[in-house]
Design a protein around this ligand. Sequence first.
Ligand SMILES: [Zn+2]
Ligand SMILES: [Zn+2]
Length: 363
Amino acid sequence: MQAIAVFPSKKSLKLIDLPQPKPQEANDVLLRVHEVGLCGTDREISSFEYGSPPPGSDHLILGHESLAEVVEVGRGVRSLRPRDLVVAIVRRPCPHAECRACRGGRQDFCITGDYTERGIKGADGFLADYVVEDEAYLVKVPRVLADVAVLVEPLTVVTKAADQAQAIFNRLPYEPGPLRGLVLGAGPIGLLGAMVLVADGFETVVYSRDTDQSKQAQLVRSVGAKYMSSTSNPIETLAKGSGQFDVVLEAVGFAPLMLAATQMLKPNGVLALTGVPPEAATAELNVGRALRNLVLRNELVFGAVNAGRRDHLSAIRHLEQFMVLFPDSVRALITDRVALDEVPQILTEKRGIKSVVEMSRAA
Ligand SMILES: [Zn+2]
Ligand SMILES: [Zn+2]
């Protein structure tokens, strides 16, 4: 079978031939990969910024946004059958007994940092014709979602952040009125974030650098959210007055904007950060005012990364909802489908919104 692998020590990325993997354990599931979404993480790994092969290997098979079909199940597998469609959870628990998060099945909250991630850190990914996976890390997807289910993994980033923002909101001792949400960024995560906020009943604004005529702006308007371009609206317009938003969902990873976002909250508001800025990034902020606001207005800022099983289930529920509310907009997120051997080329160029690698045609 074929796979796309990065060789960090040789600084190369190429198509390789491998024997088809075989299930070994009772809980193993043999999967035929249907589709794999590409994102900034894959671009960064293939430009050798990070990404590590499994122990003892010189290469890492790329790909973490998976959609696959069950081919064969081990005798211990209870929840899955051949022909089921599944999405794999990317992160695997660390080995440490003291990590209560990992021991409790929530490795997305791992305390030690010694987790592995398929296609990213210490474990092979899904850009291969076949993979073997433990049942524990597979989430079944309804077949009606087959043509968009490759979006489940990136959507989990948003559903984790949004569900936690909601949980934080639930601490309020009063019933909040109609809620206003702001999404910063109109990449795949930002656009999925806008869909989640709209579906969850927020009056939603998306702020990004794409122009008002861009595909991203059109997509935002098509789901019933408002689009504001940073080219015609300076950042201050968002923070005008006493802040305008109950929830701000950041999906840019640009440090100055992440800090400025603290000024955009209404009293009692919540800011969820999902972008990852470079470590050396600096930004200016009136720290006194920002900290005063946090305290005097009961505001909260939190970060969210990766996702657990419940976030995957939430993502699948949301995707089902999206396909009722605005199916064409969801499909429009996937701007191109490419073949496996095109991946090295695709990863060097900036394409539309979301590129998806088509491995085998969904039956
Ligand atoms: Zn991704
Ligand atoms: Zn852990």
